[in-house]
Design a protein around this ligand. Structure first.
Ligand code: PGA
Length: 261
């Protein structure tokens, strides 16, 4: 079993005090689990460097929650991929439903960002997911295919090498209602089958992970992580409390150890 990737998405939360407290306590306890997981912390842009300075000597990685489509120039208020790379960011979350919804990000924009992240050798975490309405109408697979097709059409299936797809059902994000692990497993299988259509794809697309995100917490993490095609978790609310995030990492470590004896 490969290591699961556990990503904290802090969204628009935290301040210098809460982040310092989190990091002091987190670092104190996380060391025994580092070798069993890939851990990524994604704070708001303004705190990226602060977090990086605290984790750079450990095997914990820095994630950004967004990037602009432009590299440099007159784009007031934006952050470029060069800047993210410059300060130690390794992963960039794109296509999150909150950005699609609140910031009108289209598949075209997300496509451009995906391309840019790959060009600069960082790792995209591409969020895809169905709405409640699409789920009710049995259109989940169509919605996911539509989001993936934009990348496939413009960048080719190869673009998914060294990438992460985060399956995040919109109806589950921040609601406390996590998707059923068996349901998630089936969807992840569907995504993998959609991307790996033949042996050629299996040979060529290396290091693609499919994560789950949506109301992950200390109670449901075990059942989710035990599914063979859930390669990791994207954790929102539960990653803000260091005890909870640590517990999820511990659960993931235990599963890794159990499967690799
Ligand atoms: P949540 O957020 O864990 O608070 O549901 C997950 C996400 O939006 O990535």
């Amino acid at each position: 079993m490969k290591k699961k990737i556990i990503v904290a998405n802090w969204k628009l939360n935290g301040n210098t005090k809460t982040i310092s407290n989190f990091l002091i306590n987190f670092k104190l306890h996380v060391l025994p689990y580092l070798k069993y997981n890939t851990i990524v912390i994604s704070p708001s842009t303004i705190y990226l460097e602060r977090v990086y300075n605290n984790i750079q000597n450990l095997n914990i990685f820095l994630g950004a929650q967004n990037v602009d489509v432009n590299i440099k120039g007159s784009f007031t208020g934006e952050t470029s991929i060069l800047m993210l790379k410059d300060i130690g960011v390794k992963y960039v979350i794109i296509g999150h439903s909150e950005r699609r919804f609140f910031h009108n990000e289209t598949n075209e924009i997300i496509n451009k960002k995906f391309d840019l992240i790959k060009k600069f050798n960082l790792i995209p975490i591409l969020c895809i997911g169905e709405s409640q309405d699409e789920k009710n109408k049995n259109q989940t697979k169509e919605a996911l295919k539509n989001q993936l097709n934009h990348i496939i059409k413009h960048l080719g299936i190869q673009a998914f090498s060294n990438s992460i797809i985060a399956y995040e059902p919109i109806w589950s994000i921040g609601t406390g209602i996590s998707a059923d692990p068996i349901y998630v497993q089936k969807i992840h299988q569907f995504i993998k089958n959609y991307i790996y259509k033949n042996q050629n794809d299996i040979n060529n697309i290396k290091n693609l992970s499919i994560q789950y995100g949506g109301s992950v917490n200390i109670k449901n993490a075990k059942n989710l992580l035990e599914q063979p095609d859930i390669d990791g978790l994207l954790v929102g609310n539960s990653s803000l409390i260091y005890e909870d995030f640590l517990k999820i990492i511990k659960i993931s470590s235990d599963i890794f150890k159990k499967n690799n004896i």
